[in-house]
Design a protein around this ligand. Sequence first.
Ligand SMILES: [Zn+2]
Length: 130
Amino acid sequence: MRNINKVIIHCSDSDNPHHDNVKTIRQWHLDRGWQDIGYHFVITKNGRIKWGRSLEMIGAHCKGHNIDSIGICLTGRNNFTQEQFHFLVVLLKKIMREFKIPKENIFGHNHFNKHKTCPNFDLSKIIEQL
Ligand SMILES: [Zn+2]
């Protein structure tokens, strides 16, 4: 396993119900010429945690910060569900335990790229539950 020191949270930037799945997001990333979906996990509107790229593989989700991070994407742009937020907390707790990551190392994409609004929700509300 590679060295994992942080987690970066994203959104899919779409509230279209047809985009609420891993298959569509993987296809977007394949269409960009990437070898697989860029995220390690996707949390769909019903709160299901889905596997993306395997954790052993370096992701493609945050320029300059992929090498030592895990990327999690919630499907949505303006609308996210309580189920998504609940299972994001569950998943983050598990990752933090397994990789010994402190909550100070949980970031939104916009922390690293000020031109982005991603993940489009207030991550501090999530972090205070960790
Ligand atoms: Zn993002």
